[in-house]
Design a protein around this ligand. Structure first.
Ligand code: AHN
Ligand code: ZN
Length: 331
């Protein structure tokens, strides 16, 4: 009897709670419409596994066995997702006078389409850890989980989604080589020249298809950190303010505003620069920027701390879903 009375009391309580909540529904007229997503669901576990896989090869420093093995994996992965894959191989003379063999890996979806979007990230990793404090550690290459692998991992998952359901636009995904061999901070004499972004500089001058065009380009660089903040970067705003607006607007509508603050930052030398300046494709850089660090980047930047412990699935999801939504909305 006692349990029965308790039960009816609970029922009355639940019913009145329902009434109260219904009342408040009626009085609160402006309930924000939930955002209606048009893109397929980006799988962050899948993206994470692609980041982990790359890191597992070891540092992807050009002219090493790990670099070759990872490059083979990336090309095979893109083609398994239905992309037409082209590799650009070249030899580039670097600031140290040495020739470095580079390998840009390009995957094209619906190559016959005129209307195209370019997505890119660098896949090489820095041959030294010049932001380490201990001088004994600075000469060792970094794992590059965030700096390199994160952008590539997100784009591989984008490729997997595209295979399952094609967007209206053609998509080109480029994994650029030799982005991260800019002169070390411990180098005493600086050699004049543009030593960052050598793979993208090469492609911008000699694209895989002569006269290659795209409506716009999006670069993903260091998009994996759990606490990432993608500030609106200076050169992206200079060359492609409308694309910045499109991407940041989409992110905030989808509930990813914490990763995409409206804050502006200074200019970053990155792979979007040659794409904007030489290829003239309006392109933006989604890059984790910090205004409370001496470098302007995350604390693990160019250190051995750039490992899987810094990769957060929530960030990969925010970036990947935003990119997917932007491309599926485009005609
Ligand atoms: C400079 O440090 C001049 N640019 C940063 C580009 C970069 C390096 N992105 C990742 N690693
Ligand atoms: Zn770097």
């Amino acid at each position: 009897m006692k349990t029965f009375r308790n039960f009816s009391f609970l029922c009355i309580l639940a019913f009145s709670a329902l009434l109260v909540s219904c009342n408040s529904c009626q009085s609160q007229k402006a309930i924000p419409e939930p955002y209606h997503q048009v893109s397929p669901d980006f799988n962050a576990d899948s993206a994470y596994s692609y980041v982990e896989k790359q890191v597992g090869f070891g540092p992807r420093v050009p002219m090493t066995a790990a670099h070759t093995a990872c490059g083979d994996y990336l090309a095979a992965k893109l083609s398994s997702f239905g992309a037409e894959v082209v590799e650009q191989k070249a030899s580039i003379t670097h600031y140290n006078g040495k020739d470095i063999a580079i390998r840009n890996i390009i995957g094209s979806f619906q190559p016959e389409k005129e209307s195209r979007i370019l997505l890119f990230a660098h896949w090489d990793t820095r041959p030294f850890a010049d932001r380490e404090k201990d001088p004994a550690k600075t000469n060792q290459p970094i794992p590059g989980a965030d700096d390199g692998a994160s952008g590539v991992g997100v784009l591989l998952e984008v490729a997997r989604q595209i295979q399952q359901k094609a967007p209206d636009c053609g998509i080109d995904i480029i994994f650029f080589d030799l982005e991260d061999w800019g002169q070390a901070e411990f180098d005493d004499h600086s050699v004049p020249g543009n030593w960052w972004c050598m793979g993208s500089q090469f492609w911008a001058k000699e694209p895989h298809t002569p006269g290659y065009k795209a409506k716009f380009g999006i670069l993903l660089d260091m998009v994996g950190a759990a606490d990432a903040t993608f500030m609106r970067e200076g050169e992206s705003l200079r060359y492609a303010a409308n694309i910045v607006e499109k991407v940041w607007g989409t992110a905030s509508k989808m509930g990813f505003g914490q990763f995409f603050p409206r804050k502006k930052s200074g200019s970053i030398t990155d792979d979007h620069i040659p794409v904007n300046q030489i290829r003239k494709i309006p392109s933006i850089d989604i890059i984790n920027l910090k205004n409370d660090s001496s470098s302007g980047f995350a604390a693990h930047w160019h250190t051995h701390g750039d490992n899987m412990q810094n990769i957060g699935k929530t960030t990969l999801k925010a970036v990947g879903q935003t990119i997917l939504e932007v491309i599926y909305l485009e005609k």
